[in-house]
Write a new protein. Structure first.
Length: 276
């Protein structure tokens, strides 16, 4: 599947912004069934690229001129659904057993995970995924970026970030290495309010398997990976600090268009939406 992606993030300020550093994890890489055809990041500032501990491509955006806005546009084309190949690992698997503030399970979550016993197959992972969504239905507007897995589990509400954190907490409590994945998801509507999140879990004798908990499926040709880490904070697409600017408002949007395998009229319409 050939996907065209445009991810726009805009920050507006009511006073002059004096200085800002933004960390952008907005660059997909080859591997895990995807191949990047071309990709670019357009910004009103300076970019400095490096690779982080988890192997993610990171661009530091520095804005040091007085401005009232920062606009970040990441766009390109990625081919998905290719033969599965894992990228070279930078870290030992035991790193992905470490608990973080967002993924540390309380006793209720540990008991929930323990009820599943040994998890050895992809079917076992899918069973856990279904149970999580049944217990914590997808609900917007209740949780936030600082909500922990245990808090979301207790509230019974959450979004893809919460589902991923709960799944990770369960896996690690069962001694299964697991990591957070941020990226994009193709839908027939073509539009997302923001990026998507799912999980990689390591199974002995099988390797990494990617589970989209919110959609209760194995990640497939409709998913595009951006970054991985122990939790949301490690893989967050855009984060940073600033000096000045006063009050800040942020808007973000993602458009994903399928360039092959759909009718010509729909392809044209989706491409026009992206170019606007």
């Amino acid at each position: 599947m050939q996907l065209s992606i445009t991810h726009t993030t805009r920050y507006d300020y009511d006073q002059p912004l004096l200085y800002s550093i933004q960390q952008l994890k907005l660059t997909p890489q080859d591997g895990f069934g995807q191949k990047v055809k071309h990709w670019s990041i357009l910004v009103n500032g300076q970019l400095h690229q490096y690779e982080d501990t988890y192997g993610n491509i990171v661009n530091n955006l520095v804005v040091d001129s007085h401005t009232s806005e920062i606009k970040i546009v990441a766009k390109g084309e990625v081919e998905t659904g290719l033969p599965y190949s894992e990228a070279q690992e930078n870290l030992p698997l035991t790193i992905y057993l470490r608990e973080t503030h967002l993924t540390q399970p309380d006793q209720n979550l540990k008991d929930f995970a323990k009820a599943f016993g040994d998890i050895n197959t992809v079917e076992d992972l899918e069973k856990l995924s279904r149970a999580i969504v049944s217990r914590v239905p997808y609900t917007k507007g209740v949780t936030g970026v600082y909500t922990t897995a245990s808090q979301a589990f207790q509230s019974g509400n959450g979004v893809c970030q919460d589902h991923a954190h709960i799944f990770i907490a369960c896996c690690r409590s069962l001694a299964i290495p697991a990591r957070y994945v941020s990226g994009y998801l193709f839908t027939e509507q073509g539009d997302l309010l923001e990026s998507h999140a799912w999980v990689d879990a390591w199974l002995e004798g099988i390797g990494w398997k990617s589970i989209d908990v919110s959609n209760q499926c194995v990640a497939n040709g409709e998913h595009v990976r951006l970054a991985v880490g122990l939790d949301y904070h490690d893989a967050c697409p855009v984060s940073g600090i600033r000096v000045g600017g006063g009050s800040e408002s942020m808007t973000a949007g993602v458009q994903v268009a399928k360039l092959q395998g759909i009718s010509g009229s729909k392809t044209k319409k989706q491409i026009e939406q992206i170019q606007q």
